[in-house]
Design a protein around this ligand. Structure first.
Ligand SMILES: [Zn+2]
Length: 96
């Protein structure tokens, strides 16, 4: 959900000459966070830059409790790293 009040605060900063650069910094941060949220909502199946689903993933590097995977977009050539986190276990079978 878009935080309208936060955007209004950023707009006030940008509209003030003395705080223009601070406002742009806040706006860039807001855009980055929105892109992260959108990427998670689409479950990482679309390029965070152009929205294409023509993605290629490299090998997964596990460093428990985290894992990462280099990703690239076949359309716009953007590259990034998907980040994963251990959420639990499944299919436990006790030893005989
Ligand atoms: Zn792309």
């Amino acid at each position: 959900m878009i935080d309208i009040q936060r955007l209004e605060d950023i707009k006030k900063l940008i509209c003030t000459v003395d705080h223009y650069e601070e406002g742009v910094r806040h706006l860039n941060l807001f855009i980055q966070e929105a892109a992260q949220t959108q990427y998670l909502e689409k479950e990482g199946e679309h390029c965070p830059t152009c929205g294409s689903n023509d993605l290629q993933g490299g090998s997964v590097d596990v460093d428990s409790p985290h894992a990462s995977q280099p990703m690239s977009c076949g359309d716009c050539r953007a590259t990034w790293t998907d980040q994963y986190q251990l959420t639990g276990f499944a299919d436990l079978k006790e030893g005989a």
